[in-house]
Ligand binder design. Structure first.
Ligand SMILES: [Zn+2]
Length: 263
């Protein structure tokens, strides 16, 4: 599942291939935009906002895409083979590069001035130039009964966290994932940890939250369920959080992140 760091890196790679170059091909393979044609227009800039990608095009248009669960953008030379099967959602190419959007969860073409329609609901972007920790804390605090685990995934509070950074942030903050937001003593610290983790990984292909790049030691808890906690040696737990069918994976250490009142 791509999180803010991957989307940020994807925006950089897309931008290097497309920004400032005139499109020689555009192929929307989604019904709503099947007849759209951006050929002859230059790509102005590519931007990430939380987990959303915005590709701004000459003439006041924005291509909005979202990777959702398994989407990706692949960069290749023009005319190179695209993946087999019905997985390509959008193809944008110039004379030098071809960007192929595979299994994208969302594809929209809209006026740039209406971008708020697709990203206006998002909280502060953890990797944005306008990152505002105070606003993130304010939004989190507005629903004190929500669990901190669910609140961190809600992109309306702060944008960019998925299940990996949720698990790692809560571990580092030593918080039981089901702690109500209102019972978290230091929300500023939680937000600061999440931002730092995304920031240090924003241009790295392999995530490291522990400072140790060795496989199996690069994260504290995520991907380590059933193994020994790197801090206390206890077995790492695995569960699900949230209401069905929205429940998502949560990994935590019962000893390092004890339930309040029992630890
Ligand atoms: Zn532990």
């Amino acid at each position: 599942m791509p999180e803010g760091d991957v989307v940020h890196l994807t925006a950089r790679r897309l931008g290097l291939a497309l920004d400032g170059r005139v499109l020689t091909r555009s192929d929307f393979r989604v019904p709503a935009y099947a007849t759209a044609d951006l050929t002859g227009r230059a790509v102005l800039e590519t931007h990430s906002r939380g987990k959303h990608l915005l590709t701004r095009i000459e003439g006041g248009l924005t291509v909005h895409t979202h990777l959702r669960m398994e989407g990706s953008w692949r960069i290749s030379r023009p005319g190179q083979g695209t993946p087999p099967g019905d997985v390509v959602r959008l193809l944008l190419a110039n004379e030098e590069w071809q960007a192929t959007g595979v299994r994208l969860g969302m594809v929209d073409l809209l006026p740039t001035r209406q971008e708020a329609r697709v990203v206006g609901h998002l909280g502060p972007d953890l990797l944005g130039a306008d990152w505002d920790p105070g606003e993130a804390v304010r939004r989190l605090s507005a629903a004190p009964e929500t669990t901190i685990g669910e609140a961190l995934l809600d992109q309306r509070n702060l944008a960019g966290i998925g299940t990996i950074y949720r698990a790692e942030t809560l571990f580092l903050a030593r918080l039981w994932p089901w702690t109500p937001v209102g019972a978290v003593d230091d929300l500023e610290k939680v937000v600061e940890i999440a931002q730092r983790l995304l920031h240090v990984n924003r241009e790295r292909p392999n995530r490291v939250t522990t400072g140790d790049t060795r496989p199996g030691r690069n994260t504290w808890v995520y991907g380590r369920a059933g193994r020994a906690c790197l801090r206390c040696g206890n077995r790492i737990s695995r569960g699900e959080m949230g209401q069905k069918p929205q429940e998502r994976l949560i990994i935590w250490c019962r000893r390092c992140q004890p339930e309040r009142g029992t630890g």
